[in-house]
Ligand binder design. Structure first.
Ligand SMILES: Cc1cc2nc3c(=O)[nH]c(=O)nc-3n(C[C@H](O)[C@H](O)[C@H](O)COP(=O)(O)O)c2cc1C
Length: 365
């Protein structure tokens, strides 16, 4: 099976089936509560959600996370996402560009994104295993294809473990990521729905990686997607593994805390389903939040539908900022946040002092 047709399978399965891990494990973001400020003492009209990302201005710390490109029939999805991101002034990632490296004629399914959105940060994408095979020199080619501001190198070993044609040789990846991090194209190391731990973040920081997209557990499950594929081809063993590992991974809020504790710049993604999740992510120390799956179906319609799906995120972020007394998005880092339930237990078991997020912030102001 070619890379291009596998990508089509993924889109079809994501459009037609429940593929999220939520429902199996409670949403970790629901364990986080921003403390309401009954006297915000700011004028809502003065709130400014804008920020800078990869040298460009965004209207809000938001992005549409990597999804697609690499098949003629998905070009329109990419263009609709790009037109919407451009209208809203937010960033966008494209899906793995591997197919375009294998087949020149597919390049325009990616480059059309830059044509539709000349001014926003656009992030290219390649798998870590592919990067290891091709060598870091490939990053210049990927960046040039879409005039990218950075390239996300994705880690998807959960998916590879359940995929019939999965590539499970993860040896030597840290070394190649180190070489890439010291090259001319900025890189972001990105998971794809299973999160990044403190230990992994530390080994990435050691080799020079500066920015991580945690893409934690709580949203799209690649084990879930591959479960459907395994069932379709009648591979009962892999189907069983897919179900077993459906909710494997580090919940997104936990992963943000773990990676921030190493001092890395963090993008929050994996189960971001509202502007409230964005605000909570920023409060935990992320500088930006991304969402993928909820934008897929609207993007099969038109750019307007994507704008309609994304606009409430911006609105809710603004309301959160008002109700916590923040004029600037960056101020959310300092607002008190109470961590409850399983997320509290998890972070406590990993040795984190949760007072850092709640009472402590107020007492030390
Ligand atoms: C249809 C689809 C295709 C995806 N393809 C890629 C990809 O090529 N590269 C990548 O890094 N992530 C890919 N992702 C993962 C997303 O970027 C994101 O990390 C993940 O879906 C979690 O976010 P969500 O819960 O908001 O969907 C894809 C997601 C979807 C839904």
């Amino acid at each position: 099976m070619t890379t291009s047709s596998r990508k089509l399978d993924h889109i079809r399965i994501c459009l037609d089936n429940p593929v999220e891990s939520e429902g199996v494990v409670a949403r970790s973001f629901d364990d986080l509560v921003l403390v309401h400020k009954a006297l915000p003492e700011i004028d809502e009209a003065d709130i400014d959600t804008s920020c800078r990302f990869l040298g460009r201005k965004l209207s809000a710390p938001l992005m549409i996370s990597a999804m697609t490109g690499g098949h003629p029939s998905v070009k329109e999805i990419n263009v609709n996402l790009a037109l919407a991101a451009s209208e809203l002034g937010i960033a966008m990632g494209v899906g793995s560009q591997r197919a375009a490296l294998e087949e020149e004629s597919l390049k325009d399914t990616f480059s059309a994104v830059r044509d539709a959105a000349p001014d926003i940060p656009i992030i290219g994408n390649i798998g870590a295993v592919q990067l290891k095979r091709s060598g870091p020199g490939i990053l210049d080619q990927l960046a040039e294809m879409i005039d990218a501001d950075a390239i996300a190198v994705h880690l998807n070993f959960l998916q590879e473990s359940i995929q019939p044609e999965g590539d499970r040789d993860a040896s030597g990846v840290v070394k190649v990521l180190g070489e890439a991090a010291n090259g001319s194209v900025p890189i972001i190391v990105k998971e794809t729905g299973a999160g990044i731990s403190r230990e992994t973040a530390a080994s990435l920081a050691d080799v020079g990686v500066k920015m991580i997209d945690v893409s934690g557990q709580g949203g799209l499950s690649w084990a879930g997607v591959e479960t459907y594929r395994a069932a379709e081809i009648g591979d009962c063993d892999l189907e069983e593994m897919g179900r077993l590992f459906w909710s494997w991974g580090i919940p997104t809020p936990v992963s943000i805390v773990e990676c921030r504790s190493i001092g890395l710049d963090v993008i929050s993604s994996g189960g971001i389903r509202s502007g409230l999740d964005v605000a909570k992510s920023l409060s935990l120390g992320a500088s930006l939040a991304g969402t993928a799956l909820p934008m897929l179906k609207p993007a099969t319609k038109d750019a307007k539908a994507v704008v309609r799906a994304m606009s409430p995120y911006l609105r809710a972020l603004r309301i959160c900022m008002f109700l916590t007394g923040c004029r600037r998005a960056g101020e959310l880092k300092g607002v008190p946040l109470v961590v409850l339930g399983r997320t509290r237990e998890w972070l406590g078991a990993r040795g984190y002092d949760l007072n850092e997020f709640s009472a402590y912030r107020e007492l030390t102001k």
